[in-house]
Design a protein around this ligand. Structure first.
Ligand code: HH2
Length: 284
């Protein structure tokens, strides 16, 4: 299934400023639902390499009018935040999941909040912080290291009382990884899926795709769709994407082909086959 990205920021790496005004953000949120996303992921702080953190009050001031304006959206909303106070307010405002790019390193209290409130939690792997993460992208075995960090974060969430189905994991493409590291994580995504948690993955418009093709963020839609399909075939449950319509079309065509019975994805069920939000780590 698809999680459509809505960045209500002035400075996100590919769509910064486009939806910074609440009216534009709300309209894009509705469009994302119409285009076939199963989840809307709203973020109010850019985590691009080198980004400075935004104060919590500012993060909430960006989110609040948008969450309020999208309260009647027909799909669940996840909020991309690592801050406990922002997550609490977002859940009060109707958020169905918290997408934590620090996998509880930002605020371990998030796990208790999620356990108490019954919403979904996405634990994403990042090395360091957005300011520092690209300074050292060398790993012995990137997939093994990311897998073991995600396993530990998931264990911490379960120890705090979260239900296994509430907690999804994400390898964090672009967050402290080299071009080769990102490609390796996609190629061996089945090893992340073997953790048994729902898997989110976000290759959308990221610079490792640009490095393969030598194109800028605005020209990476086709590459993003291709990376998403490759991820789906290797066990991704949720594709976090900017280009919702294009990704939806690709998944639908693949599902139509697989429905003929010979596709490899037919056995595992591609994310194009809507299984319900519960399969992605959130409430049904
Ligand atoms: N990537 C970004 C932000 N949040 N969350 C998850 N779970 N997985 C990801 O890969 C991921 C994420 C970065 O992309 P974007 O939101 O488009 O950019 P920015 O951080 O500049 O707003």
């Amino acid at each position: 299934m698809i999680a459509g990205i809505l960045n209500v920021t002035p400075d996100s790496f590919s769509d910064g400023g486009l939806f910074a005004r609440p009216r534009d953000a709300i309209a894009r949120g509705r469009q994302i639902a119409e285009e076939g996303a199963a989840i809307l992921d709203v973020g109010a702080e850019s985590t691009r390499p080198g980004a400075d953190p935004v104060p919590a009050d500012e993060e909430w001031a960006r989110l609040e009018p948008v969450l309020h304006g999208l309260r009647d959206l027909p799909i669940p909303v996840s909020v991309d935040t690592s801050r406990l106070e922002v997550a609490e307010r977002a859940i009060d405002a109707g958020a169905a999941a918290i997408n934590d790019v620090t996998a509880l390193r930002g605020d371990p209290g998030l796990a208790h909040l999620v356990a108490r409130s019954g919403v979904g939690l996405v634990l994403m792997h990042m090395r360091g912080t957005p300011r520092t993460m690209q300074l050292d992208t060398a790993y012995g075995d990137v997939v093994a290291e990311v897998r073991s960090a995600l396993a530990a974060a998931r264990r911490a969430a379960l120890d705090a009382g979260c239900d296994p189905q509430q907690v999804a994991v994400d390898p964090g493409l672009g967050f402290g990884k080299s071009v080769d590291g990102n490609l390796e994580l996609l190629a061996r995504l089945d090893e992340i899926a073997s953790l048994g948690a729902p898997v989110w993955v976000g290759p959308s418009r990221k610079s490792f795709l640009g490095a393969v093709l030598d194109v800028g963020p605005g020209e990476r839609a086709t590459a993003s769709v291709a990376a998403g399909l490759a991820a789906a075939r290797r066990g991704a449950d949720v594709l976090r994407v900017h280009d919702v319509r294009e990704t939806r079309h690709a998944l639908d065509v693949e599902a139509a082909i697989d429905a003929r019975g010979t596709g490899s994805a037919a056995s595992g069920g591609p994310p194009g086959a809507e299984e319900g939000w519960s399969a992605a780590g959130g409430p049904s």
